[in-house]
Design a protein around this ligand. Structure first.
Ligand code: 7PJ
Length: 355
């Protein structure tokens, strides 16, 4: 982080008619051009070890003539174009389909092609606008999978999903898998290493016209939970994602084709995960749509003492709502029907609308 760099964390959110009225009166600004307004921001200035924070109203922000502040404000408020053809006006659900024998929550259940295809179709019918197909478990402690094994798990599933109403995303770190998936109809490359594990993914995404999800992770799945450390987890994750967006742009993947994800659970302690969740709105300063995956993760079990991943749904829904309430556009979830219900009730109560 450069000394004196500025970050803006929008706070004081309004929803529905009060949001519109406050924007009209110059008392609030739209978060990422969406339906949520913010009335103030925490302005963070400094470096990773010593940062200054001040609370500033939207009126004062708009009066400021600081060029750096103006640039961040523009990125925070600018409307986001559709991602992979999807309007992001409402929280968009990405349903998780694991085609892995060892994945921690669906382990063994969906390892057959037919099971995975049926599961993907079910999630789409429940309201997943994106289905994320993964053939390599990246949960803490897991080993890497050989290219051929991953290919043979996911390609038959993708072939059968051609014609699905959902946008197909491939969850992989490998360029061979990303290429084959694109040929088989995938539109999104979701890479938990933000295209660093296999740098050829940059060229594959550029050449195949894939939209990309860049996720932050510290370390590799096998050892990432051993002793994750940060000076300031929120600012470090922000800087990393910003540098990866720049790497994508340099490789010919335009900003409109990029979404960013702080990577809950990937080289993070409970405190790190909670700091990220509490500060999600700061990531709008990246100027791209945000994706968050909290679903059934260990930190939810840690908070609620729940060891069984499937019993972590209530906490997963709470995390999805906490994310959507900060303007996060895409939520990666196992339980699409349940998440949809939770989000619909949250939206109806906060925005005063039914859809
Ligand atoms: C994530 C992911 C996540 C994105 C996994 C699990 C582990 N991709 N792939 N974000 N997590 N973008 O589902 O618990 O959080 S695999």
């Amino acid at each position: 982080m450069a000394e004196g760099k500025l970050y803006l964390r929008p706070i004081g959110f309004l929803y529905g008619p009060p949001a519109e009225a406050a924007i009209e009166d110059g008392l609030a600004l739209p978060l990422a051009g969406g339906p949520i307004a913010f009335t103030a921001a925490v302005v963070i200035e400094g470096d990773l070890t010593s940062s200054q924070r001040r609370l500033v109203s939207v009126e004062a922000l708009e009066e400021s003539r600081d060029a750096d502040l103006g640039a961040v404000l523009e990125r925070v408020t600018r409307p986001r174009p559709p991602f992979a053809g999807l309007s992001l006006a409402r929280p968009t659900l990405m349903g998780i389909v694991n085609v892995t024998p060892d994945s921690f929550s669906d382990g063994g259940l969906y390892d057959e092609t037919e099971g995975a295809v049926a599961h993907a179709a079910e999630l789409a019918s429940e309201g997943a606008e994106i289905v994320d197909i993964g053939g390599e478990s990246t949960r803490p402690g897991s080993d890497a999978v050989a290219d051929d094994d991953e290919l043979s798990r996911v390609v038959p599933v993708l072939e059968e999903l051609k014609g699905s109403p959902a946008v197909i995303s491939i969850d992989t770190r490998k360029s061979t898998v990303a290429r084959a998936a694109a040929k088989a109809g995938a539109k999104i490359l979701n890479d938990v290493s933000a295209l660093t594990y296999d740098p050829a993914c940059l060229d594959v995404a550029a050449e195949e016209g894939l939209d990309v999800v860049l996720m932050h992770a510290q370390g590799v799945p096998k050892t990432m939970q051993d002793n994750p450390t940060y000076d300031d987890v929120v600012l470090e994750v922000f800087d990393y994602l910003e540098s990866r967006i720049e790497a994508c742009e340099a490789a010919g993947i335009g900003r409109a084709r990029i979404a960013a994800d702080p990577g809950l659970g990937f080289g993070k302690t409970l405190a790190h995960n909670l700091a990220l969740l509490a500060n999600l709105s700061l990531f709008h300063g990246l100027g791209v749509p945000l994706l968050v995956g909290a679903s059934r993760k260990r930190f939810i079990g840690g908070l609620g003492q729940n060891k069984d991943p499937k019993s972590r749904e209530p906490g997963s829904h709470a995390a999805a709502i906490a994310s959507a309430a900060q303007g996060v556009q895409i939520l990666r979830v196992h339980d699409v029907a349940g998440s949809r219900q939770a989000l619909a009730v949250w939206r109806a109560s906060m925005f005063g609308i039914e859809n």
